[in-house]
Design a protein around this ligand. Structure first.
Ligand SMILES: [Fe+2]
Length: 254
């Protein structure tokens, strides 16, 4: 099983770099479509758009409609739950009136559990008791397969960058990580938000962050060949060895 993991496209229509953000998103989808073998699924870990606007989502939906693999999305701090749910209503996996953008994907040897860590009044993440209960329910709905969890905000300390903690409340983050660890079946946590690559652990669970697709917004150091080219992750799952992650540079074929 191969997961193409993208994040932080920040589609905007009226910034100086708006066209570049759209080009970065489009070229990434073209690159993913050309992969051989093709990925089974594409996951976008949020900050799909920059201002939560319906016209921004229309642009993002048009780009994602060109993807050959099924696409699953979630909210980041720049997203708007209501407008996102409306924009992606036709995709069939989001409840139009859902209080949170969280759900499980059951079509693969690894279950994909998508979490909503949005706090509409903060750039940092939140995970309230309602979401803990919803996560427990999703985890317990199937007890035989391993689980990969996707979140926008990384629920672990990220030692690179100015801000190691990405949740407003340490307690909320601990409630989330305790729940992730309690089943013993969560084998990986994949995140966005930080706009740079990072790795960590949640107990025995490997966790990582993929950088922003938007080349104008990403942070950190990158190799020269990645200059002006978006970067994304491919997570390959093997039943015996678990996940191995490869970083892809858009437009460069190895
Ligand atoms: Fe972002």
């Amino acid at each position: 099983m191969i997961i193409a993991h993208i994040s932080d496209t920040h589609i905007a229509l009226d910034t100086d770099d708006a066209d570049q953000r759209i080009r970065d998103f489009e070229s990434t989808i073209v690159d993913i479509n050309a992969l051989d073998p093709a990925p089974d699924v594409i996951v976008h870990t949020g900050d799909i758009v920059h201002n939560g606007r319906a016209d921004e989502y229309a642009q993002a939906v048009a780009t994602l409609a060109k993807a050959r693999a099924p696409v699953y999305v979630m909210v980041g701090n720049k997203d708007d739950r209501g407008n996102l749910l409306k924009a992606f209503a036709g995709c069939g996996y989001l409840g139009a009136n859902s209080e949170f953008v969280d759900y499980a994907v059951e079509d693969f040897p690894v279950r994909l559990v998508m979490l909503d860590t949005l706090n509409p009044s903060s750039n940092k993440g939140d995970f309230c008791s309602k979401r803990v209960a919803r996560l427990k329910e999703m985890i317990d709905a199937e007890t035989t397969k391993p689980i990969a969890v996707f979140t926008h905000h990384p629920p672990f300390e990220v030692p690179v960058g100015p801000e190691p903690h990405h949740f407003d409340s340490r307690e909320a983050m601990a409630d989330l990580t305790d729940t992730l660890q309690s089943s013993g079946r969560v084998i990986a946590v994949f995140c966005g938000h930080v706009h740079r690559f990072a790795h960590g652990n949640i107990g025995d669970i490997a966790a990582s962050v993929v950088t922003a697709i938007s080349t104008t917004l990403r942070k950190g150091e990158y190799p020269a060949e990645a200059d002006a080219r978006p970067l994304y992750h491919l997570h390959r799952f093997d039943p015996k060895r678990g996940f191995a992650t490869e970083t892809r540079i858009v437009g460069l074929r190895s």
